[in-house]
Design a protein around this ligand. Sequence first.
Ligand code: SF4
Length: 364
Amino acid sequence: MRRRLATAGLLDIADKLDAATRLDLEDGVRLFESPDLLAVGWLANRVRERLHGPRTFFNHNIRLEATNVCVANCLFCSFARLKEGDPGSYTMSLEQAWSKLRQRLDQPITEVHIVNGLHPTLPFSYYTDLLAGFKAIRPDIHLKAFTAVEIAFFADLYGMTDEQVLRALMAAGLDSLPGGGAEIFAPRVRRKICDDKCDGDRWLAIHRTAHRLGMRSNVTMLYGHIETHAERVDHMLRARALQDETGGFQAFIPLAFHPDNNQMRKLPAPSAADSLRTHAVARLVLDNIPHVKAFWIATGVEVAQASLWFGVDDLDGTVQEERIYHMAGARTPEALTTGQIRALIADAGREACERDTLYNLIPA
Ligand code: SF4
């Protein structure tokens, strides 16, 4: 393998990894630009197996997007509608939202994952009541809810600090933050694709605060649109730096850009090779974030399965009723059963491990 790594121009990076020396921006860019995808994957797989062996995690969850009304205008978004009443817009009543869980009380779901548009007129009590209602239905359910973009929006709309918003939501039942809204932290890209929502520094500051308050969270990266390889690695390095401070991130989740029904539809979607490589580079650069997750809704089930040999150790969950990616043209199923997830992990030669949101194992 050393000869192959040398031919690929990656021998010094392999030596750095062996010596537990951190990769830098230039190393990350070279991993993106090396012609030998399998050599990059081999290096990432080595780290993945050192951390997790064959174990591959997933959870039994549902998604809820309570409203798609959103005052922002992110160019890559196919989900949002600007105003109530616009074609395709919706806002669930609290009863409608709660019924998503109530209908599934016979299923051993451990998590509700909630993200929404930035609705300009709903009262803050809509969100606190939403959380409290889910807890009343299933007190043991883990509520992973509201991206840092939503937290920033709530703070500005309701005249609170970011910390006051987080504390109020935690008092109502919030358990952790999802990793969405990170997109690409680099200001050049953010200005072009999502200028009217919180910037990368505030996104990171909100997660810093959430970690200080005792919550765990994840961090995503939207890739495959106008960003450069250097900007992808820069994104990873900013996440790595915050993780050095707090240790609160559980997983890094690359999210493949989907071009249907949005303002960036002229761009192609990232290829399978790009997706595999992006997950692999994340595993190599992020030496302090325990899990790299393939969100199978975004990558496609087949790429997610292959990624289990490219640094990925987590496949998210059963999901159920995902709208954001399906409105952007995702042709993946809307849900996988736990049996289907276990089978696709086993078919890849890995060991399926059901977990809860905080990575406690759930007996099969
Ligand atoms: S990505 Fe989020 S913030 Fe941006 S337009 Fe869509 S729903 Fe709104």
